[in-house]
Design a protein around this ligand. Structure first.
Ligand code: ZN
Length: 138
């Protein structure tokens, strides 16, 4: 069995952002040379998510509005976590949107459903974050 590991770096200029990282993961897969197996993608942080959904702007706006209803950023003082930090909402948003994705690799390609794309969800940005890509197979 072959194994491949890479860290991607993402820094968003805004506090929150959704980024389609599918092309970056496809590059990793090509570099790995693995044709059959599994790819795991996860942020190495607890205030950002990796998830699979549709690359559609209206939906991305809906995610932002929905997450702000569930865990509004402000006022910061509404959260106990925000003693020395101001990112309690980011921890909550990340939990809702999930930590990682696993995608099947078939014949050297990501074996997606029709509209599936891999997203990095940033909820406490403006700093460099790491995303782990681990691929196993042969
Ligand atoms: Zn925190």
């Amino acid at each position: 069995m072959k194994s491949y590991r890479k860290e991607l770096f993402i820094e968003t200029p805004s506090r929150r952002a959704l980024i389609n990282i599918t092309p970056m993961v496809m590059e990793c897969l090509a570099e790995s040379g693995i044709r059959e197996g599994l790819v795991l993608v996860n942020p190495m942080h607890i205030t950002s998510s990796v998830f699979i959904n549709d690359d559609e702007g209206g939906l991305h706006h809906d995610f932002e509005v929905w997450l702000e209803k569930l865990a509004p950023e402000k006022p910061h003082s509404q959260y106990r976590h925000n003693g020395f930090e101001d990112n309690a909402d980011a921890h909550l948003k990340r939990t809702i949107m999930g930590r990682e994705v696993v995608v099947a690799v078939t014949n050297g390609r990501l074996d997606f459903g029709t509209w599936e794309q891999i997203f990095y969800g940033e909820f406490d940005g403006k700093r460099r974050k790491r995303v782990l890509v681990k691929i196993i197979g042969e």
